[in-house]
Design a protein around this ligand. Structure first.
Ligand SMILES: O=c1nc2n(C[C@H](O)[C@H](O)[C@H](O)CO)c3cc(O)ccc3cc-2c(=O)[nH]1
Ligand SMILES: C[C@H]1O[C@@H](n2cnc3c(N)ncnc32)[C@H](O)[C@@H]1O
Ligand code: SF4
Length: 326
């Protein structure tokens, strides 16, 4: 049970599908978005062709990561339906879907809960100062509405992943305040399974002209986050954004215990290829850390899922997880 005290680091064997890259927000650090109406939506039959060959691999999580259509747009309903249908398709094909489609209404979240094992939304940073800089043209990044979505996930008993984007113009203290807000909500609803500490990593498309978050500072941030966050929340870091092996190990020593979804492509940071499982193992093992696959839902949340979702989760736990984690 005390997974956190053992020398285990987890990751999720994952594949990311993108319903659409079009987004009405213009976060200036984004390397993912395209202009509204300029990007075709992924069709259900295309998704089926992509997912089919993955069924014979060990991939368990389908991360559904999307650009956003404005809540008042006449195309919003069709956009939402596509995300719902893609989740349903992935589930029906034997995968465990996890959706992060940005801001959603209460009703939209309630519906997606039926076909998602867990969901996610990065808080980024709560400081309103970013509304004058990186988030000036990003209405979805209003701190209070993002926090509200985290609260609604709690009310709806949705196992949830959130996190901070580091190095986008926040102060050190802003970061602690964001972590404290996550902590407070978790103490009320006990629904946050992991917090991602995501170092801003410049890519080819963004207009935000700032250096990457210094990976040498990450261990310190992790150690402090470990003190702020309740112990049942896992800290996740993306290994492809912490290039140096020594610093990856330092991050783990400092308290990170999960490396997120590892798949063929990091859709958000396409300029930073994923380090594959075997290479990660070779970094971790000499230092005494064992790399173990996990599902997109942690065992303590299984009871929040519908009977149908629980059955699928139980099947995956048997095939993927060693006895020590069941
Ligand atoms: O399990 C999750 N992993 C998230 N991840 C991690 C993800 O699992 C992997 O790092 C890869 O992006 C998968 O290809 C993110 C990574 C990013 O670079 C940016 C945002 C996210 C958001 C999520 C998320 O909501 N849920
Ligand atoms: C899906 C998530 O991807 C993260 N994200 C967006 N752009 C970048 C970048 N250049 N570097 C690192 N993370 C980024 C944000 O935190 C967003 O919420
Ligand atoms: S980070 Fe998300 S919300 Fe911001 S522009 Fe990119 S896709 Fe849109």
């Amino acid at each position: 049970m005390p997974i956190n005290n053992s020398r285990i680091v987890t990751y999720s064997p994952a594949y990311t599908i993108v319903p659409t890259y079009e987004c009405f927000n213009r976060c200036s650090y984004c390397n993912f978005r395209s202009e509204p109406g300029k990007s075709p939506w992924m069709s259900i039959s295309d998704a089926e062709s992509i997912l089919k060959p993955l069924q014979s691999e060990r991939i368990c999580e389908i991360l559904i990561l999307s650009g956003e259509v404005h809540p008042h747009s006449p195309r919003r309903q069709a956009w939402f339906k596509r995300i719902y249908d893609l989740s349903e398709l992935a589930f029906s094909m034997g995968f465990l879907p996890h959706t992060n489609a940005g801001l959603l209404s209460f009703e939209e979240m309630q519906k997606l809960k039926r076909v998602n094992i867990s969901m996610g939304l990065m808080l980024e940073q709560l400081t309103p100062t970013l509304l004058n800089s990186v988030h000036r043209h990003a209405p979805s990044k209003l701190p209070e509405v993002r926090l509200q979505q985290l609260q609604r996930a709690g009310e709806l008993q949705i196992p949830f992943t959130t996190g901070l984007l580091l190095g986008i113009g926040e102060t050190v203290n802003d970061g602690w305040e964001t972590l404290e807000a996550i902590s407070d909500l978790h103490q009320r609803y006990h629904h946050i399974q992991e917090v991602i500490l995501q170092p801003h990593s410049p890519g080819h498309q963004q207009t935000f002209d700032a250096p990457p978050f210094n990976p040498h500072q990450l261990p310190e941030v992790i150690a402090k986050a470990r003190q702020i966050l309740p112990s049942d929340i896992t800290i996740q870091i993306p290994p492809n954004l912490v290039k140096d092996d020594c610093w990856l190990l330092a991050c783990i020593e400092a308290g990170a215990r999960d490396l997120g979804g590892i798949g063929p492509k990091d859709e958000v940071n396409p300029d930073y290829p994923h380090v594959q499982e075997q290479a990660l193992r070779e970094i971790l093992q000499p230092a005494g850390w064992e790399l173990v696959p996990r599902l997109p839902v942690y065992p303590q949340f299984d009871g929040w899922l519908s009977g149908e979702l629980q059955t699928a989760v139980k099947r995956w736990r048997k095939t993927l997880t060693p006895v020590s984690l069941v």
